[in-house]
Ligand binder design. Structure first.
Ligand SMILES: NC(=O)c1ccc[n+]([C@@H]2O[C@H](COP(=O)([O-])OP(=O)(O)OC[C@H]3O[C@@H](n4cnc5c(N)ncnc54)[C@H](OP(=O)(O)O)[C@@H]3O)[C@@H](O)[C@H]2O)c1
Length: 325
C-alpha cells in the first residue's frame, strides 16, 4: 500500500510517499481501508521530531481516519467487514490501510461524508475528555478557548454551546473572530489587537470564566490565571508559546483554582474507549441531527500531505484540513 512517511525530522518536504505492507489486525483490532484522514497540529510536531509516537504506535503519521472495515482481528467485535466507520488511532492514518482498535471506531453520523467524519475523532475525543470530563464544564458556566478557529477550537465552540455553556474565544484576526461568532461563540477577541485579560474582565463583569482550554502556554499562563473565576479550572493541552512560565501562586490559593492538562495519544485504549462510549451516547445524536458539524477548511490528496502541512503551519486555515485517499 502507499503511505506517507516522515523521512527525517524537518520541513513539510520530509513527508514522502512510500510502499509499506498492508498491516494485519491483531485481537481487538480492525483493518480499515482509509478514505480520508484528518490532519492535526500534533502531526506537524511529530514531523518536526518534537512529538515521537508512543511505544507500539506506527511511525506513519495520522491520528484519525474514516473508511471501510476491510478485515477483523481475532476477538469478536460489534463491527463487520464493509461497515463504514471513523476511528481514533495512535498513528498510521496517512496510508491506504490503517489498523484501529475496534473500541475506538464510531459510526459515520447520518448524512455525513467520510471526509467530514475523518475530521471528528481527534478533536471530539480531546475536547470531550478535557473540557467536559477533566474540567467539568456544566450548563450555565463560561468557557474561554484560545485558538477559536483551530480544529480543537471549532469543536469546543460547538460542543460548549450544545451543552448550554457560554463560550469566549481568542483568534488572530478579525475574519477569524467573525467566523467564531457565526459558529456560536458569545464573544471573540482578536489577540493581536486587544488584551484578552481586560476583555474577559469586561465580558464577565470582573468575575472571570469557569473553564479555560489553553493550547498556548508560556506567557499566557499568568494571564489565564487573571481571567479565572473562583473555583475555575484551567486545562493545558498544548504549549505553542513555550513550556516555561513565571507565575504568582497566590491567586491559585485565593480563588481555589485547579490547573490541569493532558495528552490523549499515549493514553491506554480502555481510557479512550470510555470517551468513545460517552461521545456515542451524548454527542453522536447531535451530529446525526446536524446540530453540530465538523468545519472543513479544505482537502488534499494523500500524496500532497506536505502541502497540507505547509497550510496548517501558515495558520491561514479555519477548522480542519483533510487528506483524501
Ligand atoms: N493534548 C492533547 O491531547 C491534544 C490533542 C490534539 C491537539 N492538541 C493541541 O491543540 C492545538 C490545536 O490543534 P489543531 O490540530 O486544532 O491545530 P490548528 O488547527 O493548527 O490550530 C492551532 C491554532 O493555534 C492558534 N494560535 C496560535 N497562537 C495563538 C495565540 N497566541 N493565541 C490564540 N491562538 C493562537 C492559531 O490561530 P491564530 O491564527 O488565530 O493564531 C490556530 O488556530 C495544537 O496546539 C495541538 O498540539 C492537543
Amino acid at each position: 500500500m502507499i503511505a506517507i512517511e516522515i523521512t527525517e525530522s524537518g520541513t513539510p518536504e520530509v513527508l514522502k510517499p512510500t510502499e509499506r505492507p498492508v498491516p494485519t489486525p491483531s485481537a481487538g483490532q480492525v483493518l480499515i481501508k482509509v478514505a480520508a484522514v484528518g490532519i492535526n497540529r500534533p502531526d506537524v510536531m511529530q514531523r518536526k521530531g518534537l512529538y515521537p509516537p508512543p511505544p507500539g504506535a506506527s511511525d506513519i503519521p495520522g491520528l484519525e481516519i474514516a473508511g471501510t472495515v476491510a478485515a477483523i482481528g481475532e476477538n469478536p467485535t460489534h463491527l463487520k467487514e464493509g461497515d463504514q466507520v471513523c476511528a481514533l488511532v495512535t498513528g498510521g492514518g496517512y496510508a491506504e490501510y490503517c489498523l484501529a482498535s475496534a473500541d475506538l471506531c464510531l459510526p459515520i453520523p447520518k448524512d455525513m461524508s467520510l471526509v467530514e467524519a475523518a475530521a471528528l475523532p481527534e478533536t471530539f475525543f480531546t475536547v470531550w475528555s478535557n473540557v467536559f470530563d477533566r474540567a467539568r464544564l456544566s450548563a450555565g458556566e463560561t468557557l474561554l478557548v484560545h485558538g477559536g478557529t483551530s480544529g480543537i477550537g471549532t469543536t469546543a465552540i460547538q460542543l460548549s454551546k450544545a451543552f448550554d455553556a457560554k463560550v469566549f474565544v481568542t483568534a488572530g484576526s478579525e475574519a477569524k473572530c467573525q467566523f467564531c461568532i457565526e459558529l456560536g461563540a458569545d464573544a471573540a477577541i482578536n489577540y493581536n489587537e486587544r488584551d484578552f485579560v481586560e476583555e474577559i474582565r469586561q465580558l464577565t463583569g470582573g468575575n472571570g470564566v469557569n473553564v479555560i482550554l489553553d493550547m498556548i502556554g508560556g506567557d499566557y499562563f499568568p494571564r489565564n490565571l487573571k481571567c479565572m473565576a473562583f473555583d475555575a479550572r484551567l486545562v493545558q493541552i498544548a504549549l505553542q508559546r513555550g513550556q516555561k512560565s513565571e507565575i504568582d501562586l497566590l491567586p491559585i490559593m485565593l480563588k481555589r483554582l485547579t490547573v490541569t492538562g493532558s495528552t490523549l495519544r499515549a493514553r491506554e485504549t480502555a481510557f479512550k474507549a470510555d470517551i468513545a462510549k460517552n461521545l456515542l451516547e451524548q454527542v453522536w445524536p447531535l451530529l446525526d441531527y446536524g446540530q453540530i458539524r465538523p468545519i472543513i477548511h479544505t482537502t488534499f490528496p494523500l500524496i500532497e500531505a506536505a502541502q497540507a502541512h505547509a497550510l496548517m503551519e501558515s495558520s491561514q486555515h479555519i477548522g480542519k484540513i483533510i487528506l483524501t485517499v
